[in-house]
Design a protein around this ligand. Structure first.
Ligand code: OGA
Ligand code: NI
Length: 360
């Protein structure tokens, strides 16, 4: 049963990692120190990160068959890939990064005007924290619902830095087109009609989250972001220029670092795509680690079905050999379930799992 959300603790002054870094650079409060089995061990990568597939969007747009099949195998084998030649203006990527950093550099009092309210996930603060005993991530987050208007909390759209909101709007439109294109080529690559997913998702919900990871004097004891899979259909991640490697994905029980390609996006398959493809695509568990001397910024877009949509494995992915693994559910309910539970690997998707062999 989903726990009743307790009011998230107000992650105030003493738990704000940028403030900690500024005033007590060598202190790691107990609430950030992970149990031994959760700590990031060094050099766990057996697979070289260069094996994470790279997809050239310009080739997809030309209908290049090999690239479309490459995209499908990336979704099946990895659940993660980087996209190059995505066509989004580089100065837009620079602008959003600059606005995000300007925001995080504001005084705490200014950022706290946009504090995340208890039980919600938008605004400045740490989402997914429901008890005093839960460990905190070494990260400051700022999240906004962008599309449709009904999920927007306009009070949380910051007045400072100037042009922040406008940049988020323009950026979000471009990233939306990228998601729509990727879903189209995924459908075509699977031999299905091109707007299958788009039609199934309705007016897709889109949210943006900016994650700022300051340096940490003991990166071996903390996590930047707890292991989780994303509740979205697709997630689009932009890493700040010059950011150190921080994102890791779980592949064959090993954490593999994602080496950022300059100006590329990192895309991952979220829980929704795992469900609708009846497990053919995997929503892969990932986490973020921190560094002793360098900070890191990521700008993450979540693209998900409309809340009023009913979802389940699509009939195209279910047959005798592949019986239905997930039940049908309302995406709004799933989304609520996701945001009212702590990030804990792939635990959230248990919500949709059919425990025994069953049919849809
Ligand atoms: C996320 C996420 C990873 C990162 O925000 O869901 O997985 O590197 N972020 O910031
Ligand atoms: Ni994620």
């Amino acid at each position: 049963m989903a726990p009743v959300p307790i009011s998230p603790i107000n992650v105030g002054h003493i738990d704000d990692v940028q403030e900690l870094r500024k005033f007590k650079p060598n202190t790691i409060p107990q609430r950030f120190i992970r149990d031994i089995q959760e700590r990031p061990t060094q050099a766990t990568a057996l697979i070289s990160s260069s094996d994470i597939p790279t997809i050239d969007l310009s080739k997809l747009l030309k209908g290049n068959r090999d690239e479309i099949l490459h995209l499908i195998s990336a979704c099946e084998e990895w659940g993660f890939f980087q996209v190059i030649n995505h066509g989004i203006a580089l100065n837009l990527l620079e602008n959003i990064e600059e606005k995000a950093m300007e925001f995080f550099r504001l005084p705490l009092e200014e950022k706290q005007k946009y504090q995340m309210a208890p039980g919600t996930v938008q605004g400045y603060g740490q989402a997914f924290v429901f008890s005093e005993h839960q460990k905190l991530d070494w990260c400051n987050m700022f999240a906004l619902g962008v599309i449709p208007d009904s999920i927007r909390n306009t009070l949380l759209w910051p007045k400072k830095p100037t042009n922040f909101s406008n940049t988020v709007e323009i950026y979000s439109k471009e990233v939306r087109k990228l998601c729509q294109n990727l879903l189209k080529y995924i459908a075509l690559g699977l031999g299905l009609k091109k707007d299958l997913f788009e039609e199934a998702f309705g007016v897709a919900v889109q949210a943006i989250r900016m994650n700022y990871y300051p340096p940490c004097s003991r990166p071996d004891l903390v996590l930047g972001l707890s292991p989780h899979s994303d509740g979205s259909a697709l997630t689009v991640l932009q890493q700040g220029k010059g950011s150190s490697v921080g994102l890791q994905i779980l592949k064959d029980d090993k954490w593999v670092p994602v080496q950022p390609i300059p100006d590329a996006f990192v895309i991952n398959i979220g829980d929704t795509m795992e469900v609708v493809t009846n497990g053919r695509f995997k929503s892969v568990e990932h986490r973020a680690v921190t560094h002793k001397h360098s900070d890191r910024l990521s700008i993450v877009t979540f693209y998900a079905p409309s809340y009023d949509i009913e979802l389940g494995p699509m009939p195209e992915f279910v047959d005798k050999k592949n019986p239905c693994k997930y039940r049908r559910y309302n995406h709004g309910e799933y989304s609520k379930h996701y945001v009212t539970n702590k990030l804990q690997g792939k635990r959230t998707l248990e919500f949709a799992k059919i425990p025994t062999k069953n049919s849809c």
